[in-house]
Design a protein around this ligand. Structure first.
Ligand code: HPA
Ligand code: ZN
Length: 331
């Protein structure tokens, strides 16, 4: 089954590029760029990856990102992720990047996006992996800072498909970003948002009604609200669920308690994703394998989850049909 899941043609819709920074590469970049990190070895970095909640993780994740300085660093980060995708037969990706994590340290928006986009273009031509890029706003920062970031993105709109919302959910309800999301939509961008990971079900309703999202990132707390569940099923609103992330950050105590297959069986358009694979113990294949081991995920369910991802992706209909045909042919 592991081999079968690895070869299964896949699509990833919830991946933070900064969360794919492997400890080995973090260490190498710290030396390359002469950035101090509070770790003496790769082993020490890995040992620090024990989290009780989202904030615990975010503290270490933002610190880790400080080793990224040059355009080449952003290229290398993205390229390493794409090589992993190639290994795991991921054919299309829609990664997030956190511009503010870098611009707040004096790195130019152009440095970040040029490095990432160049790697994504090479991914398309050299690896055959298609992609669209999503710019995330950090919700612990202000509305005004999000507006500044959106303005910085304007010269690069040909490289960005959508905006998203991430970082600490508790205490940062989505309505703070209604106006900046409206402006993003005016600029022709699609919208997605993290909601219902640690935050309550009403945050999911808000991102649907106020931020007019095309997908919900995580969304597992929708299970708290039956009317919302019915709405998600009826509208086939996609949820980008990240099983290993949810157990690492203690959204669920055990993977065996995860509700993704319950949602799938009820007809919710749930998908499988890795979120921050370098921090949470695995890329997309490892997430599928973990679901098989903890919840007896079947081949049929795995194919349905990928079909949902293809339908939820931001590619045109022709590209969707091509991916769906490849998925259908896979036995
Ligand atoms: N939630 C919120 N913000 C994030 C996450 C997440 O899972 N990963 C990276 N930034
Ligand atoms: Zn995320």
């Amino acid at each position: 089954m592991k081999k079968w899941l690895n070869k299964l043609p896949k699509v990833e819709l919830h991946l933070h590029l900064e969360g794919s920074l492997e400890p080995e590469f973090m260490f190498e970049l710290a030396m390359r760029n002469k950035v101090m990190i509070p770790f003496k070895s790769v082993q020490q970095i890995r040992q620090a990856y024990q989290f009780d909640n989202l904030q615990d993780f975010l503290d270490i994740y933002y610190q880790g990102a400080e080793v990224l300085i040059e355009e080449q660093d952003f290229y290398d980060l993205t390229w390493a992720y794409l090589l992993k995708c190639k290994e795991q037969n991921v054919l299309h990706v829609e990664p997030f990047f956190d511009a503010q994590t870098h611009t707040d340290r004096g790195i130019k928006f152009a440095t970040v996006i040029n490095g990432i986009s160049h790697a994504l273009q090479d991914g398309e031509t050299k690896l055959g992996i298609s992609s669209v890029l999503i710019l995330c706003f950090l919700r612990h920062l202000s509305e005004q800072q999000a507006f500044i970031t959106l303005a910085q993105a304007i010269p690069f709109l040909d490289k960005i498909k959508a905006v998203g919302l991430d970082s600490a959910e508790k205490g940062n309800p989505p309505e703070k970003f209604s106006r900046v999301f409206a402006k993003a939509r005016e600029l022709g961008l699609l919208t997605v948002a993290h909601a219902g990971e640690e935050g309550p079900a009403p945050f999911i309703t808000t991102v649907l009604d106020d931020l007019l999202v095309s997908r919900i990132d995580h969304g597992v707390n929708a299970m708290q609200d039956e009317a919302l569940m019915k709405r998600l099923i009826k509208t086939q609103m996609p949820l980008t669920v990240c099983p290993l992330s949810n157990t690492k950050l203690k959204v669920f105590a055990e993977l065996s308690e995860h509700t993704i297959l319950k949602m799938l069986n009820r007809g919710v358009c749930v998908t499988v994703n890795s979120d921050d694979p370098a921090y949470f113990g695995g890329y997309i294949t490892e997430n599928f394998v973990a679901l098989h081991e903890a919840l007896n995920l079947t081949k049929k369910q795995a194919k349905q989850l990928v079909e949902n991802s293809i339908n939820a992706s931001f590619i045109d209909d022709q590209a969707k049909q091509a991916l769906l045909a490849m998925l259908k042919a896979y036995q």
